[in-house]
Write a protein that binds this ligand. Structure first.
Ligand code: AMP
Ligand code: MG
Length: 405
């Protein structure tokens, strides 16, 4: 049986980056940059006004005050998008709007609030420093500046910078198409009525959402009955159409657990057990060259296994630099004990207080208690060989998306 780290290593040695494609910025959110991105121009392009006001020569208005305004002749009015026709000279000013280029000769902008206008005359009632209210060309981004390199995930701010620096379209890692199959004669779809012996398919939907959250492209391929021929046909179809296959259920020791047998017989299986709780039965291998994860059937086990093993694999396929969530630490709010044989990944609720972060479990840790995933904002790690976490002890945690910051 492999440790978590050994299993992750095996998986990451097997999966390969998928290559890249070029997409528009609107399609780039959540994708991984696959090139060096440099700014194609200065941002802003030229010196421009940060305020609505008057472009002036600072020296002209240095004695200006409320009582003794300085009178200047208004040469013209420029709105954003226009370029001034006149040069500002001693005794003159240009009425300027936010974002308009600074006219030649001017070296400061006086806010309109400190001025009055009569006909073509501006009365400036306050002095300004040279350079005041002017945004300098390139003060945000310089032409040619390296903005991003390979492996960076595109978030909202990255999207804005790509757009403002003219980096469109952008080269990103291809999104893996992830075929998702559930196995089990008892599994029914969410819209079907509950009944004795039936279990609603939650895994396919939770796994599809997890794939989307990583930036991969889930493709739901239905529920497969526990029959050898059906399982084989479903795997072959998935392998022919997807970059990765995720199945759930059918990987443990039951008489109808066919996933492992079929993977072994028509594909290659690298391992099928990991020393972790929940999620011990986890088969991994290649189905006609396509990486396949046989995830456990229990809903919590399936989601935890995704976090530990599938997420880094998908990120690697997309070309990401960071494959793992950054672990952190927290202090236990209560004692927990368990058998030492496997590493335990408990669902935790972390709270940030005056003295740092403390964490408690979500309660019942059964692998069928999907509510524990709903309540959790982190995983508490109880390493292999450890059977007790004491109250007040500092433990390692894996923050999930709702972790308190
Ligand atoms: P198995 O490994 O196939 O025996 O499945 C273990 C447990 O997980 C059983 O109680 C199944 O009913 C349950 N299970 C399997 N697949 C799903 C699924 N897609 N959604 C929810 N529960 C499932
Ligand atoms: Mg089953």
């Amino acid at each position: 049986m492999l440790t978590i780290d050994e299993a992750v290593k095996n998986i990451l040695e097997t999966v390969k980056p998928l290559g890249s494609e070029t997409v528009g910025i609107l399609e780039s959110y959540g994708r991984i940059i696959a090139e060096e991105v440099r700014a194609d121009s200065d941002v802003p392009f030229c010196d421009n006004s940060a305020m609505d006001g008057f472009a002036v020569i600072a020296e002209d208005v240095k004695a200006a005050s409320e009582e003794k305004p300085v009178e200047l002749k208004i040469l013209e009015k420029i709105q954003a998008g226009r370029v001034a026709e006149h040069k500002v000279e001693k005794g003159t000013a240009v009425r300027i709007m936010t974002g308009a280029p600074i006219p030649q000769g001017a070296d400061a902008v006086v806010m309109v609030e400190y001025t009055e206008t009569r006909d073509d005359r501006a009365f400036i009632k306050a002095p300004v420093e040279k350079g005041a209210n002017i945004r300098i060309a390139g003060e945000d981004v310089r032409k040619g500046q390296l903005l991003f390199s390979h492996g960076i995930r595109i978030g909202p701010a990255e999207t804005g910078i790509l757009a403002s620096a003219g980096c469109a379209p952008v080269k990103v890692g291809r999104r893996p198409v992830v075929g998702i199959l559930s196995t089990g004669d008892e599994i029914i779809e969410p819209h079907e009525p509950a009944g004795i012996g039936k279990v609603r398919n939650s895994n396919s939907y939770a796994l599809a959402a997890l794939c989307s959250s990583v930036g991969a492209s889930p493709r739901y391929m239905g529920i497969v009955p526990d029959r050898r021929n059906d399982v084989e046909a479903a795997f072959k179809l998935a392998a022919a159409n997807c970059d990765v296959i995720l199945t759930s259920g059918g990987v443990s020791m039951g008489d109808f657990d066919l996933v492992r047998t079929v993977l072994e017989e028509i594909g290659q299986m690298f391992f099928w057990k990991v020393k972790v709780k929940p999620g011990r039965p986890l088969a991994f291998g290649l189905m006609t060259g396509v990486p396949m994860f046989g995830l456990p059937g229990n809903p919590v086990s399936a989601m935890v296994s995704f976090e530990l093993f599938v997420r880094p694999a998908l990120l690697k396929m997309m070309g990401a630099r960071e494959l793992f969530r950054t672990k952190t630490t927290a202090r236990m709010e209560h004692e927990v004990s368990d058998k030492p044989a496997r590493a335990k990944i408990m669902r935790g609720v972390a709270t940030r207080g005056k003295d740092g972060v403390t964490v408690r479990t979500t309660g019942h840790q059964g692998s069928g208690i999907l509510m524990s995933m709903l309540l959790a904002n982190c995983f508490i790690i109880m390493p292999e060989g450890i059977s007790l976490l004491k109250k007040g002890e500092t433990v390692e945690v894996i923050p999930l998306d709702r972790y308190p910051i």
